[in-house]
Design a protein around this ligand. Sequence first.
Ligand code: HXC
Length: 258
Amino acid sequence: MNAPMVKTEVRGRVALITLDRPKALNALNNALIDELGEALRKFDSDENIGAIVLTGSDKAFAAGADIGAMQDWNYIDVYKQDYLGGNWEALMRTRKPVIAAVAGYALGGGCELAMQCDFIIAADNARFGQPEIKLGVIPGFGGTQRLPRAIGKAKAMDLILTGRMMDAEEAERAGLVARVVPVERLLDEALEAAETIASYSLPSVLMAKECVNTAYEGALAETLMFERRNFHALFATEDQKEGMKAFVEKRKPNFKHR
Ligand code: HXC
């Protein structure tokens, strides 16, 4: 059996889920996402848990979807498996609050995963971005929908079209993250916030989360599917193959359709 890529522990009424695939900067593949889905379901249905913290390492929350795994997929592969459905949406089905504690890189699918959480506490070394455009694709896991809702159209377009990263300070100014703390305080701060939430009456916590999401995520279901299908369609292009191959080969891509 392969080593687990997701670690879990319980501290009082708080569950801590840690992405643990350090060699690939916590790049997200289907196996890791299945483990994450299982952990979320377990804690969501556990009466003794009131809130969840999701974190990575000091170097990376997650550097995106696993480019090596995706590079040879074509349109039919991603469409048939409905890539980014199933356990990729486990956070959206989690009723208890989930805080993302983000240090280091939160890029591509990593940034999108953090945005699926209820709020983000960032370490001062955190770096956020949607660099998919550099690979010949687009954010396919909610980035084109949640980023503009979080930070406004101008900055979201800037990040998604240029692929640049923003640091924690810019992310806080833009409204993507709730707080920025020194990296060595990150976990304590996130666990304390989760403990506070877990000390309240669970029905009111669940309802507060649902109500905020109704305001914030209204109509998202359809627009997310529009994004996912466009993301899938890009796997029919030569430029997606070239973009991902170039990353794996550590060189600049030579896009055909410029
Ligand atoms: C697979 C990855 C990876 C990724 C890093 N690695 N990101 N493997 N998929 N997304 C691997 C590297 O290949 C390398 O493996 C090891 O992790 C360390 O990475 P380095 O690049 O050597 O580290 P560094 O020079 O510090 O640069 C860090 C980095 C860079 C800036 C984060 O790794 C990077 O740009 N990563 C890709 C970011 C990205 O494009 N993300 C979007 C992915 S597409 P080896 O074996 O060489 O040591 C995406 C689609 C979203 O997310 C929709 C679906 C969810």
